[in-house]
Ligand binder design. Sequence first.
Ligand SMILES: [Zn+2]
Ligand SMILES: [Zn+2]
Length: 344
Amino acid sequence: MNPSNDHNHRRKKRAQFKHQAGPFIIFFTVLMPTNCVILEQIYFELKMDSKTQLINGFLVCFVYSMAMWSYYQSITIKNYSIDKAILLQDNRRIDPLYKNTNSCQECNKWKPIRTHHCSLCGKCILKMDHHCPWIHNCVGLRNHRAFYLFTMYMTIGAIQYSYASWVYFRFLFQSTQGFFSHQSTFFYIYWGLTSLVLYPTCAMLCFLFFYHTSLIINNQTTLEQMRGGSNGNCCIQNNKPQKSINLFDRGLLSNIAWFFNYSYFWFLPFENVYKQDGGQYPIAPLCSLQDIQINNPQIQIGQVPDQQFDFDKIDQKLEEYMTIAKQKYKSKRLVFIGKEIQLD
Ligand SMILES: [Zn+2]
Ligand SMILES: [Zn+2]
């Protein structure tokens, strides 16, 4: 067997295993938070007054149901490809090497920008973030919100359970009747095993939650972040594109608002359906949103209700813009929509 065949064979086997392990992992992921809720609501005696207990019980159940709903949504929402569309003019600024005629060699189909082929799903995934074995699905354009909310609710739930567990542990530890005299042996084994699984999971969830928060703030995917954020280039220095420039980054509030599809119900894990559904993305005007904001008071950070910036209007204000850009981007060469300006 030659090396490439061997590699392909191992890749196929790994894909098969992950595919088969899927339902088991899903079962396990549902079981763990369920155990925590059962332990906390039925077994722990947290010595709260009845009103606090009621509120606490309600909040625990709310977070639990939201986590399970988000989990279900991230498994079932798919991010498969869409019909071919013509790229918006400002989207053509992204990556001069990118051609809208790119096609996937595996699917033999048009491959829109930010799309990657997933060998485990066997399909092209829009705005692919990563393939997640915990949801037995890819995280991408339409289910990233549900996946993010899943990590958020699980983190909140895990921290809350850890605290309740610690309070009950302290109560048993300080009890004059002895640590093991309050519950059955079954409880102590059940509690021990759940805690054993919970703490590493809790640490992993916290990491995932904070990592994906940073991705949302920067409007990046895991894949793009791993490649140093080189989603495209706008400013060019010494004839070389600046690798770290991320054209999808339109500023903190715009990025967050777009990620949650401009919804007031951002905390509900609905499927995100965007206007330009995966074919193109709103991108930052010129170099940074701050520059434009100074020139055009109508365009404010966070405003941007799912519409593109009007580049013609910005062009009219070019002189004004250049004065500010000159101060900010000294000695850089600026390229946008085919125009090239030397800043000195
Ligand atoms: Zn493909
Ligand atoms: Zn996948």
